[in-house]
Structures are given as C-alpha cells and as structure tokens.
Write a protein that binds this ligand. Structure first.
Ligand SMILES: Nc1ncnc2c1ncn2[C@@H]1O[C@H](COP(=O)(O)OP(=O)(O)OP(=O)(O)O)[C@@H](O)[C@H]1O
Ligand SMILES: [Mg+2]
Length: 492
C-alpha cells in the first residue's frame, strides 16, 4: 500500500444545482507529480479549489495525511501544508515580494516586523530555486514568471507538503517553462508532492508520474504516464479521436488589404509588412520579440512615433482602438484577463459590446439577431455555460477566453489579429478554432496570428514573418516554413 497524502472521496461541487464536479474519488500518492487534464470547464480548477479551501464542498470528504481536511480559507490550507499556484493572479500586488513570501507568518522582533530577516530569507529561498529577484519589488511590477516564483517561495517558506499548480506554464516564455520544470523537479526531489494542471499535453507527459483525466465533472480514469500516450489522453478528455488538428492550407493570391510602413515605437523598429485578403500571416519569434507591441501599434492601443498604415490602399490615421475598429481591424489580445472582459457582466453583454451599434436600428437593439449570432459562435467554440446570461466571472478560465474570441468574431472585422488565440484552450476546441480561422480566411478576411506554439504557427500560416528585438528579421513562405528556419530568424 503506497503512502497516500491526499485522498478525495466522492467529492461533489454543485453550482445552481449543476454539478461542476461529480463524486470524484482520487488518491494522490506522497512524493508523486500528478497531472490533471480535461477540457475547458471539465472541473479541474474546481476540484483543486475544494482542496485549497477557496470553495466549500457540496458533498464528499477530503483527507490530508489521513486527517479530515476542512480548510476554511487558502491561508488556512497553507498552514495545514497545502498551497495552490492559481490560474489567476493571487498575490498582493501592491506588496513587496518578501511581504508576500511571509504573508500570514511574518517574522517579528520585539513586537515589530523584522523586515531585514524576512528580506534575507526570501532572497535565500528564491536563489535556491534559481531566481534572481529583487525581493523589495512590488509584485505587480514583476513578470508572470516572477510572481509565480514568489508564490512558490511562499509555499516553501510555509513548509507545505503539497503544491498544486493550475496551468502554471500558460503565461510563461519557453525559457521560463524550462525553469519552471526545474523548480517543480527540485520541489519534488525535496519530498514535496505536486499536482500539475495543464492543457499542454507534452508538458504533462514529460513531467508527471500519473495523470488523471476529467470530463464533464467526472473522473474518467487515472493512468501511469509511462503507460499512456498523448493520443490516449486526448481520446479520454474529448471522448473522440483527434487525428488531424490543423485544416489544409488553401490560399490563392488576392489583393493587399493591409499595409504597414515603418511602424516604430520604443520597442518596435521600422516594421513594414503587408497582408492580403484571405491570407493567414503568422508572426514568429521569441516572447519579447516585439510582436504584441507591433500589433498594439497597428491597433492604436499604443502610440507609434512614426509609420504609416494603409487599409485597402487608403492611408488611415489610427490613434486609438476605436479608430482601428472603424477601419475594420480587430485585435484579440494576449492578456485577456485584463484587457478582455467585464467579469461581472453576462456573456451576452460582453460579446455584444464592440458590436452594439451594428445591432442597433432606430435606437433599438436587435436582441434576437444579436443573440442568434453570438450563439452561433459560442456553439462553434463549444462555450460551456448555462446560457448567455451567465456572468463571465463564473466561467472556467478557458471559457472566459472563448467569450473574448466570440466578441471579436461578432464584430466581423476585415482584418483580425489574434494574439495567442489558443492559450489555455483545450485540444478539442483548438481544432475548432483552427477550422474557424481557416473559414474566416476563406471568406476573404485577412488574419494575423501571433503564437508561441510553433506547431500552431506552422500548421496555420500561409506566410510567416519573424521578429527579433523589435525588428522584422525575415519572411518564410510555403516549403520554407520550418521550425528551424523560424528559430534561426528569431535569434538573428
Ligand atoms: N462560481 C461559479 N458559479 C457557477 N459555475 C461555476 C463557478 N465556478 C465554476 N463553475 C462552473 O464549473 C465548471 C467547471 O469549471 P472549472 O473552472 O473547474 O473548469 P476547468 O476544468 O478548470 O476549465 P479550464 O480548462 O477552462 O480552466 C464550469 O462549467 C464552470 O462554468
Ligand atoms: Mg481551470
């Protein structure tokens, strides 16, 4: 009998009578790295929130080290030995790194906070993990990799025995993912048990000892990583086989719809390119290469210092997103959490917002038509929600992203920019999104896509432009498009 650290027995969580997780029984073995996979809305985050004390159970019991676990709050859970690195930002943004690391267990001397000691110890823990961070920095000024590091340091400081990570790699660059893996392995070598949730199945295969697959709130099965394959995981997650994830590339030359000349800002240097109708143009490069910044200039989200933009051969003056939208340009942003949604409003309202005037006639909103159109996209994207009135706050992470995508699809832009469109999206839906992108292109829309997932970029794009340090370093077409060619240009 192996040593079980965490035992979930018939754990059920209902929201408004609907089971987000349905009688799940799962044992986590001490010392293992346990992966959890499942489609958007399958119940992964809910399951771990029941363990962390963020939500209460509707039914069932959880035992931690053979004792009934009833955490009253995440702070309480940490004190009991369990910490969670959440999908969403969970630190105190206005406090320094060391204050977060010591939150809830501050060191005191003569009744006062011993800041030097806390700084020193935080620094030590972070160095041990391989991070060189100024512990006095406010967390909000750090990149996602560093706030994650802070969260992990906090867990170590509290001497937790179980760390749960909910899609930790989603906001990270490739290099940072390597570093995260090193950290996870280091934690594990030190005897800490890890539960790791991710949509990136290659990570799950590389990192874990066992994997549990959830579907529609049920535990389908738990498998040994060495005895399974990505295909088997997908089949169990989605309930069907997915072989060809990318649609065929179809493209015949059409007229140029968008031309950028010499786009320049402090992070973007003299970038010129054109995109044709019906074309899917990928932007490759390492994270930080200036791709998102270039698109923000084009969209008017940031100010350019020089450069010209032409839409259908007419120069356009884009100084803010509203003007970009008027000229038929849409941008699905990378940072959807902060730029995408009004969380306490409904799916319907969020989706409709940019298109409100398009659906308004004689001061009346055409509710029926707008609802039908929104429904069409949410169906294609397999949005999992009770109905369009559900507020976005209650949707799973991936489903919130689908609302952002819906909102821009509804706007029916001539030129659509997608920045990391499938981050946090499950494999089945990815395939639907790829097909959708292809269909939009076939309708004559121009598509620009930024992705840090190389296979996605290669699988979709008719042409790839590569950037490095704010410069355009090359262009690849047809047969030239290979991973090596992109990497070479990305490092120029
Ligand atoms: N506060 C809430 N109120 C109502 N329903 C909720 C709430 N939180 C979650 N749900 C529902 O529970 C289900 C499971 O959501 P959960 O966040 O666990 O999914 P997930 O597997 O983490 O998905 P993702 O991969 O998108 O992060 C979803 O259908 C979601 O809409
Ligand atoms: Mg989730």
């Amino acid at each position: 009998m192996s040593d079980i650290i965490l035992s979930m027995r018939n754990v059920t969580k209902k929201y408004y009578g609907i089971k987000a997780i349905d009688s799940i029984s799962l044992d986590i073995v001490r010392g293992e790295i346990h992966g959890i996979v499942g489609e958007n809305g399958a119940g992964k985050s809910t399951l771990i929130k029941t363990v962390s004390g963020a939500i209460s159970l509707t039914d069932g019991e959880i035992y931690f080290e053979n004792e009934l676990l009833k955490p009253e709050s995440p702070v309480d859970a940490i004190k009991k030995g369990i910490s969670v690195v959440y999908q969403e930002f969970n630190l105190l943004p206005n406090m320094a790194v060391y204050e977060n690391v010591f939150f809830g267990m501050e060191i005191k001397k003569n009744g006062f906070l011993d800041r030097p000691a806390m700084r020193e110890k935080s620094k030590l823990i972070l160095e041990e993990l391989g991070f060189d961070i100024d512990v006095n920095s406010k967390v909000k000024n750090l990149s996602p990799a560093y706030w994650q590091a802070t969260e992990i340091a906090k867990s170590i400081n509290h001497e937790v025995k179980l760390i749960i990570m909910d899609e930790p790699s989603a906001p990270l660059t490739e290099k940072e993912v390597d570093q995260l893996f090193n950290v996870v392995r280091k934690l594990n070598d030190n005897g800490i048990t890890v539960i790791y949730i991710s949509h990136k199945l290659n990570e799950i295969m590389e990192l874990t000892d066992r994997i549990s697959i959830l579907r529609d709130g049920n535990l389908i099965k738990t498998v040994e990583t060495k005895n399974t394959t990505e295909q088997e995981l997908i089949k169990n997650m989605v309930g069907r086989e997915i072989n060809e994830i990318y649609p065929d590339k179809e493209y015949s030359d059409q007229e140029v719809i968008l031309r950028c000349e010499g786009l320049t800002s402090d992070k973007v240097h003299n970038v010129s390119f054109e995109v044709r109708k019906g074309e899917i143009v990928g932007f490759g490069g390492l994270v930080g290469a200036g791709r998102t910044e270039t698109m923000r200039l084009l969209f008017g989200a940031d100010n350019k210092t020089s450069g010209k933009i032409f839409v259908e051969n007419q120069e356009v003056n884009i100084k803010c997103p509203v003007e970009a939208i008027k000229n038929g340009i849409g941008l699905i942003p990378e940072d959807r959490k902060n730029q995408g949604l009004i969380l306490n409003k409904s799916i319907y309202l969020n989706s409709l917002l940019p298109s409100l005037y398009d659906y308004t006639k004689y001061m009346f909103i055409d509710f029926k038509k707008s609802r039908e159109d929104i429904k069409e996209y949410t169906d294609i994207l397999k949005l999992k929600a009770l109905n369009l009135e559900q507020i976005c706050l209650n949707l799973s992470g991936g489903n919130q992203q689908k609302v952002v995508i819906t909102k821009w699809l509804l706007k029916n832009c001539k030129i659509l920019i997608l920045d990391e469109p499938t981050r946090g999206i499950d494999v089945g839906t990815k395939q639907e999104i790829y097909q959708l992108i292809k269909d939009l292109a076939l309708e004559g829309k121009a598509i620009i896509i930024i992705s840090s997932e190389m296979p996605e970029l290669i699988g979709l794009s008719h042409r790839i432009l590569v950037m490095h340090e704010g410069n355009l370093t090359g262009e690849l077409k047809g047969e030239q498009i290979t991973q090596e060619a992109i990497m070479t240009l990305a490092a120029l």
